[in-house]
Design a protein around this ligand. Structure first.
Ligand code: GDP
Ligand code: IMO
Ligand code: MG
Length: 421
């Protein structure tokens, strides 16, 4: 069982990038299994912050292999920009980054369709990152997609034009002004960049390496509450963000899965529309946003902030089969006199522990209030020396969920991480 999975338990931005980078020394391979440039995974070391969208967060460890799996949707223009911003030469990076030939491509017209669909939704917008994710996955499941392996074929440009014409016909039915040429040049340059990297049937490689006792870390994007099936549909993304998505998004046999690391913030955030039962519209919410620097890594949008939501987290733990919990942003909670934890919902006057089907249900969170702590904990590296109220907060979460919290993150830097044996 050599494949571990790390994924978000909330609405994304839990700190996956930082923790994957911090865990990478223990692994041989780091593999992204779903999502695309809607993701923004930040990691920090030597006082420099990096934001990755498509490239796995193990890329800065020079001795690790990184894989972009078949479940990911790739915008070549974004890929090129990201590669160029990384620092090392393309030649060097191409020795440690492999791309699945089955990953679907995001076309320039997918981005335009994304914008046209959102525009047509009026007041019920999803709040998409507008990176073309929904239309690209729609074409994948509709069996109309173009895949990375197709770029190596002679008829690729012809095929591209066919796809473009289909999309243009759809766009004619929308009252939407666009300029496809604005995207096309960068997109074709991105195709040339993709060709400089190994493109292969990575499912063979992943299963082979795992059988040979190499350790693989599967890196999730988004979060469980944004999962296509189990999130607050339709305010979700278009892929399966859950642990099952790691098997289908990498071609990894479920027999090879070991630990499932569920990562959560000590509070909650959400970008885009959709239900958020513990959202705070007051000064506390503003404080969380300012202290936690809660602004989107991909779009820069302010994130909605609220207290920790245990019914949602327990649901995520159940769906994913989480074996260990990792808590991030514990440092952000320093200085709060008291902290609220939602332990149940009240819907139509009744206590409820399950997530409702209807997005318009009026949910009143039922809170347990715990004592906060004053101390700045960002320099702390010893779990035992953390303030007692924080240890009590963690114990409360463990008791409620039945899963141990084995890592606490106390800052954005890779060093600001406390592992608990
Ligand atoms: P991801 O999408 O799950 O990788 O998360 P993002 O990178 O979008 O957002 C997490 C943000 O919190 C980034 O700005 C990180 O640098 C930052 N971060 C991660 N862990 C911590 C932590 O423990 N404390 C603080 N203060 N910031 C953190
Ligand atoms: P990471 O990997 C937070 C949200 C969008 C929107 C909805 C659908 O950084 O955690 P999409 O572009 O997929 O059509 O948007 O999902 N969303 C994210 N929110 N973190 C992300 O990724 C997200 N990726 C998509 O804001 O509400
Ligand atoms: Mg993010």
């Amino acid at each position: 069982m050599n494949i571990d999975i790390l994924l978000g338990l909330q609405w994304g931005d839990e700190g996956k990038g930082k923790i994957v980078d911090a865990l990478s020394p223990d692994y041989d391979v780091i593999a992204r299994f779903q999502g695309g440039p809607n993701a923004g995974h930040s990691l920090e070391f030597n006082n420099v912050k990096h934001i990755l969208h498509l490239i796995p967060s193990g890329i800065f460890h020079t001795d690790k292999l990184n894989i972009i799996g078949n479940g990911v949707v790739i915008d070549p223009a974004v890929f090129k920009k990201e590669i160029e911003e990384l620092g090392p030469s393309v030649d060097e990076l191409s020795k440690r980054l492999i791309i699945s030939n089955k990953a679907n491509l995001i076309l320039p017209s997918h981005r335009i369709l994304d914008a046209a669909y959102e525009c047509s939704k009026g007041n019920s917008k999803i709040g998409s990152t507008l990176k073309g994710i929904g239309p690209a996955y729609t074409d994948k499941t509709g069996r109309n997609g173009l895949r990375v392996g197709d770029i190596l074929k002679e008829d690729f440009v012809l095929k591209y034009k066919d796809h473009l014409n289909n999309h243009l016909a759809i766009l004619k039915t929308y009252d939407f002004i666009f300029d496809i040429e604005e995207y096309e040049k960068g997109w074709f340059e991105g195709i040339e960049m993709l060709k400089k990297f190994p493109i292969s049937n990575t499912e063979y490689l992943i299963n082979e390496l795992a059988q040979k006792d190499k350790k693989i870390l599967a890196e999730g994007a988004q979060g469980t509450m944004l999962d296509l099936d189990f999130g607050s549909y339709p305010f979700v993304t278009s892929s399966n963000t859950i642990s099952a998505g790691a098997c289908s998004g990498l071609g990894a046999s479920p027999k090879l899965i070991g630990e499932i690391f569920g990562i959560f913030k000590a509070y909650c955030t959400r970008v885009g529309s959709g239900p958020f039962p513990t959202e705070l519209h007051d000064d506390t919410g503003t404080n969380l946003r300012n202290i936690g620097r809660e602004f989107g890594s991909t779009t820069g949008r302010p994130r909605r902030c609220g207290w920790l939501d245990l019914p949602a987290m327990k649901y995520s733990i159940m769906i994913n089969g989480v074996t260990r919990l990792f808590m991030t942003k514990a440092d952000v909670m320093s200085g709060f006199e008291s902290i609220k934890i939602c332990t149940a919902y009240k819907i139509d006057g009744k206590i409820c522990h399950e997530l409702p089907f209807n997005n318009d249900s009026v949910i009143e969170p039922v809170y347990t209030v715990v004592k906060g702590w004053e101390e700045d904990i960002s320099g702390q590296r010893d779990f035992n020396k953390l303030p007692l109220p924080l240890k009590n907060f963690i114990e409360f979460i463990e008791n409620q969920t039945g899963v141990p919290v084995t890592m606490v993150s106390v800052g954005p830097d890779r060093e600001e991480t406390i592992f608990r044996s």
